[in-house]
Design a protein. Structure first.
Length: 760
């Protein structure tokens, strides 16, 4: 081992090629995407640990590093050693082995167990684990089951390190390397060598750009057919993330040329190949032409074409089939239910109830306080009286829970109602095994994307009545499509639009201001110094000061004035991810303020602490947690590499390798808040948000608050957003296809209101 004294290292600091060797004391920071790492290393001859930086492999405390690099002086962090190349070796000293095993790297061995193992086997510990692991049963607390856990974890670490070395040589960061290994196992290197572009389609979180960078290092040409074909699919997938079901042919070619930097002919050939391979569908945008014209083609990914046409086919089947529930006199039923629920229904509500009885499919839409829940309850009462089997569902867990609370009837998520099972291959309820329901009522339909709508429609039995309820003025679904608006605009089914705000709801500034915003008017403001109301605007244009106010509101002022729990009752909702009042920075600041717990796990640049508020960001059907579910971390087990999150009193375990499925949720985006309600909402609205500010975004955020909404920011920015009713056009043909089903003109939607909103 080459030992450099402090003086020798300093003398070599002005030229590259300085060599250091030392043992990792701690890993301070890791960027999981790039592999950029900051660590402390104990180097012989140096009194204090040396700070090293660079794109390094997944390091573990206790490992020995041989490094080549240069010394630098960072303006903020001082003197540090930038590693240009390195080689990691397993530790050989007892102290190093103990630190290495106790770092949490090997599942089944924590700091306490590491001490016991090293005490028994000393410097031969790693040799025992590698070749004679059964001897670990001689250590207190280790039985056959734990031995097998350690054996598997040790083997995985050896394999993943070899794969990481290969992948990092080709520009892949630690996080991506881990995902690749998890997907392909021992085949990882072979798969990457054969066709790196498969990574972009097989692995969530690895996009075309990462795969393209790997391919370039492996020698794939820029204009190679395999690159163009993968690139077109990548562009179509990226466009679907913007909400598009299809994209027009010529604009798609231009986007592909711009992103892939290849000529038009290469893209056209790629489109032809992937169309022949049935990965995409191209169809004429104008059915009357009877033939394809290049500038009139719609290009679909296959799954979206199947879903959109499938929704149309199954809606047609449903509308044309007779009801299973016996015919009723809708006038008598409406009179009966008014007496039953002891309420006098408004005309719009009466018409909605009648249509729900007489029609096979209908839509009820309206903003908060317009009586949608009253209609649902009335319809349930009528159908229950005649013995109908009624199913209630919503797209998210929180929305279905709220539906249960407001109706007193059990409601489920759509996924649960359709019996999604990952192991059995998806939704178990479909056209071959439809739902056993006479009436199906779906709430929060604005959140349903085209693919989920397709699976729902497949499972609706032909004789059932389908009632769709939602607010068409909210943001469209996170997933592609614009289902609720398309169904309404098609004119195929009756639509009851409710605009009257009922007396009790008119007492809420939240509801009144939501409707003002929806009409393009600024909300009525209440100064924060007045008597307690449920809607406030605190003017502050400086982002740093706005951040300070938000922290004060969440941590002190709202809990004190409204007797609310800052963790469970108060939700910060923001239009942006980046910036001073974006989700990333707000989560970091709120975590430090609300949860100073030092029981934590660090994964790259993310820190999860005991009792943290977290959100699931993708559907996990095995765990039965879904995109947007919020919970609290109840335990962190470093030895077994697991955390447990409590979702409404349901304990859900996560392996450390699954932590990319959750994020901190002290602050969330407006899209992530859809389908949920919170006792209190704090909403920053600043000029730096101007690119994202639009009326339906502000309206959606405000309608998330039940008891309190506090806006913090610029009145100018708020005015810009409220006046901006333009939304990004989503390419979808659902409304057009549904209109084509109409053999006779349908009645125009019934619209009740708008009535003047009383002056506050």
């Amino acid at each position: 081992m080459k030992n450099l004294t402090s003086r020798q290292a300093t003398l070599g600091s002005d030229r590259p090629g300085v060599e250091l060797e030392g043992q990792i004391e701690s890993v301070t920071y890791v960027n999981e995407e790039t592999g950029y790492t900051v660590a402390k290393v104990n180097v012989p001859g140096f009194i204090l640990p040396v700070t090293i930086v660079g794109n390094l492999l997944a390091l573990a405390p206790g490992e020995v590093l041989k490094m080549n690099g240069v010394w630098e002086n960072h303006p903020k962090f001082g003197r540090q050693f930038r590693v240009l190349s390195h080689r990691a070796m397993l530790p050989s000293s007892i102290k190093g082995i103990k630190k290495y095993l106790g770092s949490g790297l090997i599942k089944g061995i924590g700091s306490v167990m590491a001490s016991r193992i090293v005490k028994k086997f000393g410097e031969k510990t790693l040799e025992i684990i590698d070749g004679k692991i059964e001897k670990l049963t001689g250590v207190e607390g280790i039985g056959p089951k734990r031995v097998e856990m350690i054996r598997g974890a040790w083997a995985d670490q050896k394999e993943i390190r070899e794969i990481m070395i290969f992948l990092q040589e080709h520009g892949v960061g630690v996080s991506h390397a881990t995902k690749i290994y998890k997907q392909y196992g021992q085949r990882s290197i072979a798969v990457v060598l054969q066709n790196p572009y498969t990574l972009a389609t097989d692995i969530i979180g690895i996009g075309f750009q990462t795969a393209d960078r790997i391919a370039k290092q492996l020698g794939f040409e820029k204009n190679s057919p395999v690159r163009a074909e993968a690139g077109v699919l990548y562009v179509l997938n990226r466009l679907s993330e913007e909400g598009h079901i299809f994209y027009p042919y010529d604009p798609l070619i231009e986007k592909c040329r711009e992103i892939l930097e290849v000529d038009r002919e290469t893209i056209i050939k790629a489109l032809g190949t992937i169309s022949h391979e049935e990965k995409i569908v191209m169809e004429d945008l104008d059915q009357r032409l009877g033939e394809f014209e290049p500038d009139r083609k719609a290009v679909y990914l296959v799954r979206f074409h199947i879903s959109e046409t499938g929704v149309v086919r199954h809606l047609s089947r449903l509308i044309s089939s007779p009801k299973t529930v016996r015919a009723m006199d809708s006038d008598k039923a409406a009179l009966w239910v008014e007496k039953r629920i002891h309420l006098h229904l408004a005309q719009g509500q009466i018409d909605a109830v009648k249509r729900a009885i007489s029609d096979k499919v209908m839509v009820i839409t309206g903003g908060p306080g317009t009586g949608k829940t009253t209609i649902i309850n009335a319809v349930i009462q009528i159908y229950r009286a005649v013995g109908a089997n009624i199913f209630l569902a919503a797209p998210t867990g929180r929305a279905s829970k709220r539906m249960t609370e407001t109706t007193g009837q059990p409601a489920r998520t759509i996924h649960r109602m359709l019996e999604f099972n990952w192991q059995k291959g998806g939704f178990q309820r479909n056209e071959n095994r439809p739902l056993d329901a006479d009436v199906i009522i779906i709430d929060e339909v604005s959140m349903i994307d085209t693919i989920l709508m397709y699976h729902l429609m497949k499972a609706v039995p032909a004789g059932a009545t389908l009632i769709m309820v939602g607010d068409s003025n909210q943001l469209p679904s996170v997933g592609p499509g614009n289902v609720l608006k398309d169904v309404i605009e098609s004119g195929l089914v009756p639509v009851i639009e409710l605009n009257e705000i009922f007396r009790q709801a008119r007492e809420s500034l939240i509801i009144l201001n939501a409707h003002r915003i929806n009409r393009g008017l600024l909300p009525e403001m209440k100064d924060s110094g007045e008597n307690l109301e449920d809607f406030y605007f605190i003017e502050q244009e400086n982002p740093d000061q706005a951040l300070h106010i938000i922290l004060e509101l969440v941590c002190k002022r709202i809990p004190r004035s409204f007797n609310m729990d800052p963790m469970r009752d108060i939700q910060v909702i923001t239009p942006m991810h980046k910036g001073i009042v974006g989700t990333v920075n707000l989560n970091m600041k709120l975590q430090d303020s609300l949860n100073p717990s030092r029981t934590e796990i660090i994964r790259g640049d993310r820190v999860f602490r005991l009792n943290d508020k977290v959100m699931q960001i993708k559907n996990n059907y095995d765990k039965e947690v879904f995109n947007g579910d919020i919970g609290l971390i109840k335990s962190i087990d470093e030895e077994n590499q697991k955390i447990v999150v409590d979702y409404d009193d349901r304990q859900v375990p996560y392996d450390f390798m699954e932590l990319d499925e959750i994020i901190l949720a002290y602050a969330i985006s407006v899209h992530k808040s859809q389908g949920s309600e919170y006792p209190a909402v704090v909403l920053p609205i600043l000029s730096q948000h101007y690119l994202l500010l639009q009326r339906n975004l502000i309206y959606t955020a405000v309608t998330r608050g039940k008891r309190l909404v506090v806006m913090v920011g610029s009145k100018k920015a708020l005015a810009m957003g409220v006046k901006n009713e333009s939304t990004l056009k989503r390419y979808t043909r659902l409304a057009e296809r549904l209109r084509n089903l109409r053999s006779v003109p349908a009645d125009k939607p019934s619209i009740y209101g708008p009535r003047d909103i009383p002056t506050i």
